[in-house]
Design a protein around this ligand. Structure first.
Ligand code: NAD
Length: 256
């Protein structure tokens, strides 16, 4: 379905981003990975699916790095046909104890980076009259939780940015939508499980159960594979008139 297209997935050396990259690769899309840590393992996992794979180590908190990454994709792959803005970080703390530099980093990585990638990807998408922009927001783009001020602000922001992007491209073959996961058991959430286990003297399994029970009625984690399949749907021909939605896959979290 996506043979000949190139997908850039930010923050894809781990977790949800890697799950989405692999799902798009299974549909034939060439993939550009981005993120910190080991890149060789993720590159090999995607290459095993029979597509061309690239990697750029841009820090998504740095606009100059983002420009360099977008140039790399244009030079090596022709253009970014599918842009998945997924890179994200978390910090859990009350507002009065929230370190200002963590606030700035969360806003830069979880929100502003999507402005930069989108503004740089749109001209070539418009020329081709085809594009798919998928913003990985969160159920925290729709509802709030205490102790997550920067994250909730950034995720509500990216849901708004998704709508504006969808409106500005509404008469073209480019669509922009957001995915809003509930709990997904990635390194980002494992840190929160570990913190709960330590604070309450719980085992890893008990802490996971409690985390789910507080927010997610299904009592189940969503998986990167399931989120990958939603991204594939957004890239399909059938979804060409799905524009500006914030689609939650959250076990009923936001339905409460
Ligand atoms: P993760 O920690 O497994 O992966 C995050 C990825 O982003 C990694 O590849 C990491 O290297 C990369 N990254 C972090 N900072 C970066 C930076 N400055 N520049 C470039 N790359 C950077 O986390 P995840 O859970 O897979 O999160 C992915 C996205 O999904 C985030 O936007 C997160 O907010 C969102 N999300 C996660 C959950 C969840 O429960 N895990 C729920 C809702 C939304």
């Amino acid at each position: 379905m996506l043979k000949g297209k190139t997908a850039l997935v930010t923050g894809s050396t781990s977790g949800i981003g890697l799950g989405i990259a692999k799902a798009l690769a299974r549909q034939g899309a060439n993939i550009v990975l981005n993120g910190f840590g080991d890149s060789e393992g993720p590159k090999a996992e995607v290459a095993a699916l029979g597509v061309k794979v690239g990697y750029h180590g841009a820090d998504m908190g740095k606009p100059a790095d983002i420009e360099a990454m977008m140039k790399y994709v244009a030079q090596e792959f022709g253009r970014t046909d599918i842009l998945v803005n997924n890179a994200g970080i978390q910090h859990v703390s009350s507002i009065e104890d929230f370190p200002p530099e963590r606030w700035d980093a969360i806003l830069a990585i979880n929100l502003t980076s999507a402005f930069h990638t989108t503004r740089l990807a749109l001209p070539a998408m418009k020329k081709a009259n085809w594009g798919r922009i998928i913003n990985v927001a969160s159920v925290h783009g729709l509802v709030a939780s205490a102790q997550k001020s920067a994250y909730v602000a950034a995720k509500h922001g990216i849901v708004g940015f998704t709508k504006v992007t969808a409106l500005e491209t509404a008469t073209t073959g480019i669509t922009c939508n957001a995915i809003c996961p509930g709990w997904v058991l990635t390194p980002l959430v494992q840190k929160q499980v570990d913190a709960k286990a330590a604070a309450m003297g719980l085992s890893n399994e008990e802490a996971k159960k409690q985390l789910l029970a507080e927010k997610e009625p299904s009592l189940q984690f969503t998986t990167p594979e399931e989120l990958g399949e939603l991204a594939v749907f957004f890239c399909s021909e059938a979804a060409k008139n799905v524009r500006g939605v914030a689609w939650n896959m959250d076990g009923g979290w936001a339905a409460q």
